[in-house]
Write a protein of this length. Structure first.
Length: 238
């Protein structure tokens, strides 16, 4: 292989190897040996009977994880340890269920921070949420946990189990990918192999460098002739 070929192949191997190694490090640090990554708990509070979150993307964990990969879990734990209801439903069903009741709508939800809400006034208290049949996803407990993907366009609802006013919970999102750690090891290992290959190709390119031209005053190959001595075979040399 010509020197230029070694150089081009070495650069390509270095670029790909570096990208694979970096990807393996990122995935490994994010998921760890247990294959999970979690957001920082977010405090969500409401003075009404429910806290509504529209368009919650619980798979937005800041990693390039393909759609449908891994298991997503949304959990809600009350500050006082009481049972919490966590559900997802269509907006029209919620309008009927919460008609006349005071509730809060999340205007801003930031991981690790506090929520900003908009209050909707009312005086009625709805029946306990678990008694309703319109929920697309639901769970109740301490904490309440949803492990299924929230349907597109659904609204997430946080309530006390008895539907009394005053919601104060910590929200947490966890993504679990079974083979994340082995994948990180494979990516990192492949990257190291390619980087080693790149070094070998660069060394090969250096060794294959063409020798420089012979100097114009270099002595021709043959016997060495000392000053004042006759060359071998010269009759004048006596």
């Amino acid at each position: 292989m010509a020197r230029a070929g070694f150089v081009v192949s070495g650069v390509a191997a270095a670029v790909v190897g570096g990208a694979l190694l970096a990807g393996g490090i990122v995935v490994g640090m994010a998921f760890g040996p247990d294959g999970t990554v979690s957001t920082t708990p977010t405090r969500a509070s409401a003075t009404g009977v429910a806290l509504l979150v529209d368009g919650l993307q619980i798979d937005a964990v800041g990693l390039p994880v393909p759609e449908g990969v891994g298991v997503l879990t949304l959990s809600a734990r009350s500050a006082d340890g009481s049972p919490v209801f966590l559900g997802a439903a269509a907006g029209t069903d919620l309008d009927i269920y919460l008609a006349g009741a005071p509730y809060d709508v999340v205007a801003e939800l930031t991981s690790g921070g506090a929520t900003t809400t908009r209050q909707v006034p009312g005086t009625q208290q709805p029946p306990p949420p678990s008694s309703q049949q319109f929920w697309l996803r639901q769970d109740e407990g301490a904490p309440a946990v949803l492990t299924a993907r929230i349907p597109e366009g659904a609204t997430v609802v946080l309530m006390r189990a008895d539907a009394t006013p005053g919601v104060d919970v910590d929200l947490n999102v966890t993504l679990e990918v079974d083979r994340a750690w082995p994948a990180a090891l494979v990516l990192g290992g492949a990257g190291i192999v390619l980087l080693c290959l790149a070094v070998g190709l660069m060394l090969a390119a250096r060794r294959s460098r063409a020798p420089g031209p012979v100097g114009a005053h270099a002595a021709p190959a043959g016997d060495t002739v000392l000053p004042g001595a006759a060359a071998p075979g010269d009759p004048s040399g006596g």
